[in-house]
Design a protein around this ligand. Structure first.
Ligand code: F6P
Length: 607
């Protein structure tokens, strides 16, 4: 080889290496741009100004193309059930119950818990009846149930059955506080709180899941009910139901984020959890990103066949659809019906807190939880005051923080930290009667929460990580005056839909402070334009669409699983009507006295 050719060869290799490095940098850059959790704006500017997605996620791939033309209502959802799932029995399972009865001074009082799950699902159950099975956690819950532990709700205008399950203190300790809330909750949220996994908690979690499975079997009056399993308290339940009722249609909805497979792998019982969830016909998440993370976790830890094109996982001879269904709220919200005008709501708050009428009011509403970024929004307010001192005295932040999971160390610390921060902050920036942060660490009822939304100039949702966040949607729904600005974390699932909010990174207090400034100085016309578009999204993508779409998908799967019934020739249909009727109506299996009446014997099953 001559010196020239050697030189040329070296140069060629160097050029190739350079190209490969540039390609690698470009690929990682492109990958980062595709990850919602890594979206980032220019330093110290609200992300809203950075280029980001053009269409809400649910409108991509044409899903929801009819949305502007159709506003889903309870009636529409009922029609879907009657038409697509005739005769199907609906059973919903969640840990938290929709109505809690408590004893107060010897009197039974009704309480509606601060829970996104409850505010989303209660109107759905009102519309489609059925049975809601949940933990009876109220001090007077056992006083109002019948001998089967059932009570008809809502009180005064019963529409469905609440079937209460009693848990001992040890069960709650291990299953709810332990495995669900010290293990799975921090595992699934990127909030930098370390998950704790204890063998004893896991045992309690398994036992309580089985307890709920047994109750479902007891409540079911058919062999193929539609069971709606809610949330991370019940990862093992779908498999248990599948074993007991093989023909059930099981829709599991995971209300919180699903972490990437590397993080999920931390859980010592990762395989059992995935196996449990794959007992479902459908596993739903709020956004596509969480579906992808779930599918990747299955791919990594279970022997399965994954069909990414059709979002299906085939495992143990059974297929599960993994799909995003962005949860929402009822439209229009019932709570709005009895509320006074926006002006009156504002006056009410101004006088309650002794504010001057010109005060710019920011509001935050959540459970006291470390994933919600409560202290982070106070840091942002601090930045606003430091960078724009002319606003000190003119802005107040009303924070409603409902007590939640208070026996856990992480939650106790957060509460103490918030109280100390607020005291120091008000000392530093307040004077006379002016307190810049109004901190209500107590349970507030829905009308009070909606009054605060309506009185506010802006609502701040600064979750460090959140599946969806329904406070953002409630705020929008409450503003029928089309005013008010939503400041929304990019790490909340809602940011995939509510593109007209000011999207912020809660880990960047300076940028969030600037977003607050932008909100309180936004011209009314811009507020109106943004709020109108936000309201269109929440109206068209309301909770009836969420539930209706899932039920429609479930009905399709259910029909495909009964092809014998569907494919029978018309002449045979008239030949064997009872059999077909049973198959098409979901194999209704009469029990007890009804079975005896129909079959002429005692407790003989049809199958
Ligand atoms: O966000 C997850 C979730 O389970 C919601 O579905 C519910 O609104 C909230 O947590 C309530 O938590 P808890 O029932 O523990 O008070």
């Amino acid at each position: 080889m001559t010196i020239e050719t050697a030189f040329l060869a070296v140069m060629g290799l160097a050029a190739a290496a350079l190209c490969i490095s540039l390609a690698a940098i470009w690929t990682s850059f492109a990958a980062m741009r595709n990850l919602p959790a890594l979206r980032a704006g220019p330093p110290n500017r609200p992300l809203d100004e950075a280029p980001h997605q053009l269409l809400p996620e649910f409108e991509q791939n044409n899903r929801g193309a009819d949305a502007p033309l159709v506003t889903w209502s309870p009636e529409m959802m009922r029609q879907v059930i009657d038409r697509e799932l005739p005769g199907a029995e609906i059973i919903l399972v969640s840990n938290r119950e929709p109505y809690i009865h408590n004893l107060n001074d010897g009197k039974v009082e009704l309480c509606i818990p601060a829970s996104g799950l409850v505010s989303a699902l209660e109107p759905v159950m009102r519309a489609c009846s059925g049975t809601w099975i949940a933990h009876g956690g109220g001090s007077a819950d056992h006083l109002v149930v019948d001998e089967h532990d059932r009570v008809q709700v809502p009180p005064g205008r019963p529409a469905y059955t609440l079937s209460r399950i009693w848990l001992s203190e040890e069960e709650q300790e291990g299953y709810y506080f332990g495995f669900a809330n010290e293990g799975l909750w921090p595992l699934c949220h990127i909030a930098f709180t370390r998950p704790i996994f204890r063998e004893s908690d896991w045992e309690a979690y398994k036992a309580v899941n089985q307890k709920f499975a047994d109750r479902i079997v007891k409540e079911a009056t058919s062999s193929a009910p539609v069971v709606l399993v809610q949330d991370y308290h019940f990862a093992l339940l779908p498999r248990m139901i599948r074993n007991a009722l093989p023909d059930a249609t099981i829709i599991t909805f995971w209300h919180i984020p699903w972490p990437n497979s590397e993080v999920f792998g931390i859980c010592p019982w990762r395989e059992q959890i995935l196996d449990g969830l794959l007992g479902s016909s459908i596993v739903g998440f709020h956004i596509q990103f969480h579906c992808n993370n779930f599918t990747d976790s299955v791919d990594r830890f279970l022997e399965s066949r994954i069909d990414r094109e059709h979002s299906a996982i085939c495992y143990g001879g059974q297929s599960t659809l993994v799909h995003p269904y962005p949860i929402s709220i009822e439209w229009p919200p019932t709570t709005l019906e009895d509320l006074p005008s926006v002006e009156e709501c504002r006056e009410k708050l101004i006088s309650r807190f002794g504010l001057s009428p010109e005060t710019k009011l920011l509001v935050g509403v959540e459970r006291m939880d470390y994933t919600k970024g409560i202290i982070d929004r106070f840091h942002a307010l601090e930045q606003l005051f430091l960078r724009h001192p002319e606003w000190v005295g003119k802005v107040a932040f009303l924070q409603i923080a409902a007590p939640s999971r208070g026996v856990l160390t992480a939650y106790k610390h957060l509460h103490e930290e918030c109280l100390a921060f607020v005291e120091a902050f008000n000392e530093r920036f307040g004077n006379g009667t002016y307190r810049p942060i109004l901190f209500l660490d107590e349970h507030n009822n829905q009308p009070d929460v909606y009054t605060a939304y309506r009185a506010a100039d802006a609502c701040v949702v600064s979750s460090l990580h959140d599946g969806m966040n329904l406070v953002a949607k409630e705020f929008v729904a409450s503003r029928d005056d089309e005013q008010g600005v939503l400041i929304l974390s990019t790490f909340a699932g809602a940011s995939q839909e509510l593109l007209d909010a000011l999207i912020v990174n809660p880990f960047d207090p300076t940028a969030m402070g600037e977003a607050m400034l932008r909100a309180i100085t936004m011209p009314q016309e811009e507020q109106r334009e943004r709020m109108t578009r936000l309201r269109d999204v929440v109206r068209t993508n309301n909770v009836y669409r969420w539930a209706g779409t899932m039920l429609q998908d479930a009905a399709r799967l259910r029909k495909r699983r009964a092809p014998e019934a569907e494919n029978v020739a018309p002449e045979l249909k008239s030949f064997a009507p009872p059999l077909l009727k049973r198959l098409l109506s979901g194999n209704r299996r009469p029990r007890g006295r009804e079975a005896a009446r129909r079959t002429g014997s005692n407790h003989r099953s049809w199958l």
